[in-house]
Design a protein around this ligand. Structure first.
Ligand code: G4P
Length: 290
């Protein structure tokens, strides 16, 4: 166990896919007018590619904070302020229901108003704007694009780590989107970031130890949202307990008994992660801006 009580985890990455995706971005960046990053509103930092400033090469940028339905609204407001202070435009969405998605085209037109005027001055007023869509796997890219396109233009599915080839999607005569395969961090050296990605399903859950992940998640919940544990699992999280013991407490309350006095921690780990995924713990953000 590490000093702060969090268990050490070994989280695997897919460097081959990442290198390929980075190269694809580098090769295509010159074809687009703007770059749109889709982030998970619960983990805007961990779900962001740290190389994006270099990869986006000075292009106008829009950040979409997606999954706002699952994120803490107060924290999402803090992130919005944080990014806007860096001159980056923000759109908040819940791509699953489509909330906020209608703001996408107007936001792009505002972001690219100079470019639009430039095309018009050159007599190219009908030239469509081209925008690259970036995001880690499973962040909701396909769902978002399908909502914008009002048709099934991108392949959606819960398969983190599975990459697709790039594709151009015509939204209307004024806008083309370049959908890219999911990109993860090119290099991975922070356990905390890996955990955030695993908790939110960006990393395949079967390549990691779910019990350790859930134990560490319990510690985070005790620190950030103890009221969620009380409301959902009906126990007051004792500050003295470690993550596994907290899982055991929850298992006890749920009646996940294996034999007399022994509780099913594995089942509780799956339950906790599944219920977070489904929003049953309430709206919980795992990162705040520094
Ligand atoms: P990707 O292209 O970036 O890989 O992601 P994709 O659109 O396939 O979305 C991954 C999952 O996330 C999908 O769920 C999708 O419905 C869900 N999703 C996308 N945007 C949102 C959002 O704003 N809020 C919520 N709550 N979910 C969102 P799925 O695989 O079909 O199943 P499930 O995760 O809904 O169970």
């Amino acid at each position: 166990m590490s000093d702060n009580g969090f268990e050490k985890m070994n989280i695997q990455w897919f460097p081959g896919h990442m290198t390929k995706a980075q190269r694809m971005i580098e090769d295509n960046i010159k074809l687009v007018d703007a770059v749109c990053e889709i982030l998970d509103a619960r983990i805007p930092n961990a779900s962001r590619n740290p190389d994006i400033d270099r990869l986006a090469a000075g292009k106008p940028r829009l950040i979409i904070l997606n999954r706002t339905d699952l994120a803490d609204p107060d924290v999402t407001a803090q992130w919005k302020k944080h990014f806007e202070a860096q001159g980056i435009k923000i759109l908040e969405t819940d791509a699953k229901t489509g909330k906020g998605v209608n703001g996408f085209v107007p936001a792009l037109k505002e972001l690219l108003s100079e470019k639009i005027a430039e095309y018009a001055a050159k007599g190219q007023a009908t030239r469509p704007l081209r925008v690259m869509i970036l995001g880690i796997p499973n962040v909701g890219k396909s769902t978002f694009i399908n909502k914008v396109a009002k048709r099934k233009a991108a392949i959606a599915g819960d398969k983190p780590g599975v990459t697709r080839g790039k594709q151009w999607i015509s939204i209307d005569k004024s806008l083309d989107l370049l959908d890219t395969p999911g990109i993860l961090w090119p290099k991975f050296d922070s356990q905390q970031v890996g955990e955030m990605l695993a908790i939110t399903n960006a990393i395949k859950a079967d390549v990691i130890d779910k019990e350790t992940l859930a134990a560490n998640f319990m510690l985070r919940l005790r620190e950030l949202y103890p009221e969620a544990l009380i409301a959902r699992y009906k126990f007051e999280p004792d500050p003295e307990l470690n993550g596994f013991e907290l899982l055991e407490q929850a298992a006890k309350k749920r009646g996940f008994l294996i034999s007399k006095g022994e509780y099913d921690i594995e089942r509780m780990a799956n339950t906790l992660l599944g219920e977070y995924h489904d929003g049953k713990l309430g709206r919980i953000s795992l990162e705040k801006p520094e």
